[in-house]
Design a protein around this ligand. Structure first.
Ligand code: AMP
Length: 417
């Protein structure tokens, strides 16, 4: 079974490639950040250089019907520039038969937004708000039934299928998973997916020890499953950011007006107990930068993280926390970072997160494997110019989070099966 593109002979083959070209556009439909396009270019160029032709498919935004605002026609010229060849456009992804059939080696066709069709996601649209359960069930069955035809049509355009859209790998959509069954011997991961899979394996399957995970961000609730899975893998678990305060409170600390999910205190205690049982060292914040308001102009001071006065709020990790965490990070062989350790969008409270990025860069230089996985920590590390100083920066927020939870991603499973 074919899985990777390096060993595939594309000569004379038409490759249908699922990419994530869901790029941000401004009000004039100009691309404001083309990272996602650039990350897919090596895969696309590989097919062309190998003598194949390309049928590129993606979604853009969340249209609920045909909506020119979300048309991939806005990005045709830019894709063409990135690939260095003209790009044809198919204005309806379900009516591209003739254009696909006419493609010659080296030619490229970009299909219109897959999500103009409900069948891509396989979820019914336009249901009345007061629809009964029966009606909802019938609508779901109808879209699932027509999804088969939708996917079959896409598959009919090509000889082989490549998935290079890690950002949607956690979705069992038509183009990300279901289509793979039409290419049992000719389905494979693109370079971006391959990189992401190797990065995930480097921390979840082949980690060097000591292995440290730094989990931050706003809410325990969104990271509970990650924390639980990490307990099975790591030697050290640093819990920072807003979510850390639920743990500090669970241990009897005073956290003032800091973020807290009281209803999750029992789970936090369970995680702490489980860590003890498994010999995993947990490092919470020991010193916090607190503020008397959630804004850049607020008054700030440093206090012990478990002794925050009642009208103050923990906004960032203090230097003592960073010293403690730094020692752990710099003595680790594998480091995974997901989630900022402070309100990094406000520069006054970005110092802790910046320091973590710096420590990761230092650890990488000293030979550790470092993975930055997940939306906001990726934004932080990129914004701070450290993206090329760590081992791998993931492109998928939700997908990476689900992978770290230990889930099998449908987009990956569909190729591996
Ligand atoms: P997440 O999406 O769960 O990774 O959370 C990222 C968000 O967590 C960012 O918007 C941060 O501003 C926020 N955050 C991090 N630390 C804190 C904190 N101490 N208080 C409030 N929000 C925080």
């Amino acid at each position: 079974m074919q899985k990777f593109i390096d060993s595939y002979d594309f000569t004379g083959k038409k490759a249908i490639v699922r990419v994530d070209f869901n790029v941000p556009l401004d009000e004039n439909f100009k691309i404001t950040d083309d990272t996602r396009i650039r990350r897919a270019v090596p895969t696309l160029k590989k097919v062309l250089a190998g003598g194949g032709s390309l049928i590129i498919m993606s979604h853009l935004g969340r249209p609920k019907k045909v909506d020119p605002k979300f048309s991939l026609s806005h990005i045709v010229d830019h894709v063409s520039e990135c690939l260095g060849v003209p790009v044809q456009f198919a204005p309806d992804c379900q009516k591209a038969d003739a254009q696909a059939a006419a493609l010659k080696p080296g030619e490229v066709l970009l299909l219109e937004n897959l999500r103009y069709y409900a069948e891509e996601e396989g979820k019914p649209r336009g249901l009345a708000e007061d629809a009964t359960d029966e009606e909802k069930k019938a609508a779901k069955a109808a879209v699932k039934a027509s999804q088969k035809e939708f996917v079959k049509k896409l598959a009919s355009y090509a000889d082989c299928y490549i998935n290079d859209a890690f950002g949607t790998a956690h979705r069992a959509h038509g183009s990300t998973a279901l289509i793979a069954e039409y290419f049992p011997e000719d389905k494979m991961f693109g370079y971006l997916m391959e990189g992401e899979i190797k990065a995930i394996d480097s921390v979840l399957k082949n980690a060097g020890h000591p292995f440290t995970a730094i989990i931050g961000g706003a809410k325990v609730s969104s990271k509970l499953a990650v924390l639980e899975n990490m307990l099975e893998k790591v030697d050290n678990l640093i819990i920072g950011g807003g979510m850390g305060y639920t743990f500090i409170k669970a241990k009897g600390g005073s956290i003032g007006r800091s973020l807290c999910e009281d209803e999750l205190i029992p789970q936090a205690l369970e995680i702490l107990a489980k860590a003890k049982e498994k010999g995993v060292n947990i490092y919470l914040s020991v010193q916090a930068v607190v503020a008397d308001d959630f804004c850049a102009e607020a008054n700030t001071k440093l206090v012990p993280a478990g002794e925050i006065p009642s009208d103050w709020e923990g906004m960032d990790a203090g230097p003592e926390s960073l010293d403690l965490w730094g020692k752990v990070i710099l003595s680790s062989k594998t480091i995974l970072w997901n989630g900022p350790v402070g309100v990094f969008e406000i520069p006054t409270f970005a110092k802790g997160t910046l320091k973590i990025a710096e420590l990761l860069a230092q650890a990488t230089e000293a030979g550790a494997y470092t993975l930055v996985g997940g939306g906001d920590s990726v934004a932080a590390v990129t914004q701070m110019g450290y993206a090329d100083k760590v081992s791998y920066v993931s492109t998928g927020g939700g997908a990476m989070l689900e992978a770290l939870e230990g889930k099998v991603l449908p987009g990956i499973a569909a190729i591996q099966e």
